[in-house]
Design a protein around this ligand. Structure first.
Ligand code: S3P
Length: 442
């Protein structure tokens, strides 16, 4: 079967409500990991049904955790901190998931039998030095070639707490350290650049001894280890990263509206909303509430014909790290020149998203200037495409595929977009939801 889609019609004039976009990926993986370390049963509704989460669950099962996946919920029978039971040199497969691979290393830090972590081609080309460095300081032994997967990790039960400066603004690195510290006697201190804070919020909800001091640019997190906690139930809210493709689709279409219900609006994830508001988008948040420490709301958005360029503050970067591809596409249709700085981390995602964005924008006739890790996008509100476009997506990046579909449905032209299977890592329902709204996709 062909692993591509063809799009040659624009979508316009829709008014649609998405009740359940799909569960948040970061929270689904964190819930599963934390539930595996809890004492007793945890139950989770609306867990994301995607390859990244399924690889998480399959790996935890290989590490000796009983997990039942029912139609409406998932149950994990946790065996407490360091409760894994598995044979030496057990192999687990993280697939495409950087989040699972890096966070499980924190959990395995105190586990004495060796585990070999492997991943797909894209994940195997990504840097793991960023988590190997702090884990070595805890006292964990790790073997790898050039800090890449496959990695062999052999933990131990005599870890020493660390004092660490996390300077990349990576939530995966921070969370890996937090999970390792949870199973280490004594107090670990992390000074870190701000990044998504789901792990800390979950720790607080579970009454784990974590203290956070925030200032403008950094946070100091202190965590004391070895406190056991009980199983807990959870209902995963919608994923703002998946929602962002529909936000962009609506903004760039004509005379359309969308309501996205029950989306996680954690401040460390809503950079895209703040950027779009500054660009003149009409976005409203309704039914705001806090669910187990995480803010949730319905997001409503209408098409905008007069978008203006943005000078994006670098403090927003980590708050929209997974949304840059789609934000750049919106900037292509905005009036004026948009500026982005310090985008180095964008090169280290499922693909080099900075390079891919630059090539993509040039391909659709948008002037871009890029020096080191900064980007200028010269928007064209009259952009209308008529040619044929083929998107090869060599690294099978799910977000490159979804961004390309939004471009095809809103800018015109004839498109063939490859690697539709890539959506299985984060948002398997993506094409189905698009078709429900009225998109013509073959
Ligand atoms: C994630 C953190 C981010 C993000 C990724 C999910 C997480 O990565 O890009 O998709 O769940 O912690 P970094 O921590 O590498 O920035």
């Amino acid at each position: 079967m062909l692993n591509s889609v063809s799009i040659s019609n624009k979508i316009n004039k829709f008014n649609y409500t998405i009740n359940n976009i799909s569960g948040d990926k970061s929270l689904s993986i964190r819930w599963a990991l934390m539930a595996s370390q809890a004492v007793g049963i945890s139950k989770c509704f609306n867990i994301l049904n995607s390859e990244d989460v399924n690889n998480t669950i399959a790996s935890l099962k290989k590490l000796g955790i009983k997990i039942k996946k029912k139609k409406n919920y998932c149950e994990i029978f946790g065996k407490g901190l360091n409760g894994f039971s598995y044979k030496n040199n057990t192999i687990i497969n993280a697939g495409n998931s950087g989040t699972f691979a890096r966070l499980i290393m924190g959990v395995l830090a105190s586990s004495k039998n060796a585990v070999i972590i492997k991943g797909d081609k894209s994940l195997s080309s990504r840097d793991f030095g960023r988590v190997i460095k702090p884990l070595n300081l805890f006292g964990v032994k790790i073997n790898s070639k050039k800090n890449k997967l496959p990695i062999k990790i052999r933990g131990n039960n005599f870890l020493r707490p660390i004092n660490y400066f996390e300077e990349k603004g990576s939530a995966q690195v921070k969370s890996c350290i937090l999970l390792s510290a949870l199973n280490t006697f004594g107090e670990t201190t992390i000074k870190c650049k701000k990044s998504r804070d789901h792990t800390e919020k979950l720790f607080k909800y579970l009454n784990l001894p974590v203290k956070i001091n925030k200032n403008k640019n950094f946070e100091i997190i202190k965590i004391k280890g070895k406190k056991q906690y009980k199983g807990f139930d959870y209902k995963i809210p919608g994923d703002i990263s998946s929602a962002s493709f529909f936000i962009a689709l609506t903004l760039l279409a004509n005379k359309s509206k969308i309501l996205l219900k029950n989306i996680n609006i954690n401040k460390s994830r809503t950079g895209i909303l703040d950027i779009l508001k500054k660009m003149n988008a009409k976005i409203k948040l309704k039914n705001k509430k806090i669910y187990k420490g995480e803010p949730v709301a319905d997001i409503s958005i209408s098409s905008a014909s007069k978008l203006k360029a943005i000078n994006c503050p670098t403090s927003y970067n980590s708050r929209c790290i997974d949304e840059f591809l789609i934000i750049f596409l919106i900037c292509a249709k905005a009036k004026g020149v948009s500026y982005f700085k310090n985008l180095k981390e964008l090169r280290n995602k499922e693909s080099n998203r900075l390079k891919i964005s630059i090539n993509f924008l040039k391909m659709i006739g948008i002037k871009v200037v890029s020096k080191s890790n900064n980007l200028k996008i010269y928007g064209n509100p009259d952009l209308k495409l008529k040619k044929s476009y083929i998107i090869k997506n060599f690294k099978k990046d799910h977000r490159v595929f979804m961004m390309s579909c939004v471009a095809a449905l809103t800018l015109g032209g004839k498109w063939k977009i490859f690697d539709k299977d890539s959506i299985n890592s984060s948002f398997p329902k993506f094409l189905k939801v698009l078709k429900n709204i009225g998109a013509q996709i073959n």
